[in-house]
Design a binder for this molecule. Sequence first.
Ligand code: MN
Length: 281
Amino acid sequence: MSSLRKITQLVQGKNTSDGAGVKLKRVIAGEELNQLDPFLLLDEFKNDNPDDYAAGFPDHPHRGFETITYLLSGSFTHRDSHGNEGHLKAGAIQWMTAGKGVIHSEMPEQTDGLALGYQLWLNLPAKLKMTEPKYQDIASEQLPVVEKDGVKAKILSGIYNGTKSPAESFIPFDYFDLHLAPGAVFTQAVPEDRNAFIYVIDGKAKTGSADEPTYVKPDYLGVFGPGDSVKVQAEGDKPLHLLFASAQKLNEPVVRGGPFVMNTMGELKQAFYDYQIGNLG
Ligand code: MN
């Protein structure tokens, strides 16, 4: 007997700025929703004024988790302290396993037009926090797209309808970019040991059962409560564009400070110390 997950929390992103003054909307990691194990942060970048994004994110460190950047419009260059370099184009993802530490920059290549993208931070299990740093740069055309019954799913991570993303995750993790035709229904199994959310980009989402639906508007994140599957329908006569994510909970202590996310205060202090003495990345 399957049990449909209900939305238990609606979170609106808060306007803030980060890096060298890039305007963004912080959806996870703010006061309303500090984290959703194992999701540590979700930022939306949606700017058509270059003054709001051109300064980018100059050199900064990370340790203890992964960042998954998904670009829908625009392009940026990534460079790190190990000499790695990547160029992210629209429709592509960059998956960075920071592990024991990287110092990197994320800078827009464009000087005009719309920059639209999402950065999600995925926690690493305690035993992998100090793993070697790793990158997966996956171009748009390498990411499978499945179209069925009015649902078009781009599979950034995990498996949808038997089709698997080329991205490799340490923990079970589904992450899809979904376009639903008006009235179309997306369903996905989400085992009990996972957390899951949707973030609506455009249109209106109807979730849950027909007798007890919850609606999610654009720029809102909906957190799913317990259950083993989710159902999302494009409400009304408009198409729906959204992100869906589910991942296995780690159930481990989280001690975070800025760009470092560890399990204990001692490990966090060590991260700041290693960065200060030039021993990180
Ligand atoms: Mn970064």
